[in-house]
Design a protein around this ligand. Sequence first.
Ligand SMILES: NC(=O)c1ccc[n+]([C@@H]2O[C@H](COP(=O)([O-])OP(=O)(O)OC[C@H]3O[C@@H](n4cnc5c(N)ncnc54)[C@H](O)[C@@H]3O)[C@@H](O)[C@H]2O)c1
Ligand SMILES: [Zn+2]
Length: 359
Amino acid sequence: MRLQVALGERAYEILIGEGMMAVESTWHSMPIGETAMVVTDNHVGPLYADRLRDTLAALGVQTAVHQLAAGEQSKTLASWAAIMDQLAEERHDRTTTLIALGGGVVGDLAGFAAATWLRGVRYLQVPTTLLAQVDSSVGGKTGVNHALGKNLIGAFYQPSGVVADLDTLSTLPTRELVAGLAEVIKYGIIRDAKFFEFIEQQLDALLAGDTEQLGRAVVRACEIKAEVVAADERESGLREILNFGHTFAHALETLTEYAELNHGEAVAIGMVMAAELSVAEGWLAASVRDRIMRLIQRLLVLERLPKGLSIDEMIEAFQSDKKTRAGRLRFVLTRGLGHAETSEAVSQERLRKVLERFL
Ligand SMILES: NC(=O)c1ccc[n+]([C@@H]2O[C@H](COP(=O)([O-])OP(=O)(O)OC[C@H]3O[C@@H](n4cnc5c(N)ncnc54)[C@H](O)[C@@H]3O)[C@@H](O)[C@H]2O)c1
Ligand SMILES: [Zn+2]
């Protein structure tokens, strides 16, 4: 399957399918020069880097590999600097293409490296987690974390192409699959009621790693993401809806220092909270909230809600959300399956009542 991200001069293709990485024709349609550097981590590299390198070698592309330690702790300026060092030492010039082979951590970091090396070289995303295939590889948000906050340093910098090889999902740990499914459910809630229904019907197959159903989910999620990004590349309006559940999620992640929940798990819990707030604000029928709740319950992540969090610290954490304007808390809420909007000012009182139900 081939999708377009319609961004004028910066338009690019997303290729989705089984075994895409090892097929030479995949790379014919991707802009790639004679040299490339694959950025990967120490889980993904040993599994897939050779497969990618061999395919590219057959096409005459010389490929270096840069491997970092897996995990969010690697999304730092220090890791970025190590990539710069290797690029400099190996004398990569402007014709080099960076290739991000891995999950969102590798994708964000390699994208930022591509944005900054020689003021910008081409890069391709080869996402290997479900989360990266449905979310982080598309849209051009790149960056690294700062000790004081996630994703504080970065750039909007679009890739030149995305290759989502569904085969890579077969080695993904269940927890990571679930994390990606949380984002998949998000697309249904914010943009496509039919897709939500599809997920309700196919969740067991998706959880079991059924490639056909996963493929359908990745395609529809990428279509929605591509459409939203094309309409609002720099998140001045519509793109905010992709943050449904995320204000809560970021607070949960920050307050537990990223140690208890992965991002998708936090998003799953955050979406339940956002649905509850949507009801409290009079936007959403309780019956729809219950349907959202029932689906997310099947991911078995709600019991991971960290214990001992206080309402005050949650509200404090919301203040540093990127959507906050002059201290006014803004939340993406839903008006029904398939519809989401940012609400201007949510009353603290209502917010407290909602949080009381969970904490
Ligand atoms: N740029 C964006 O728009 C955007 C959107 C959402 C999330 N993100 C970022 O993405 C990151 C999270 O991404 P993630 O969930 O992919 O995490 P990740 O990159 O840390 O990957 C999760 C784990 O799975 C392993 N892994 C990856 N692919 C595998 C495979 N095929 N088989 C076996 N193991 C594999 C990784 O080594 C890692 O241990 C966060 O830093 C988040 O901020 C960015
Ligand atoms: Zn997310």
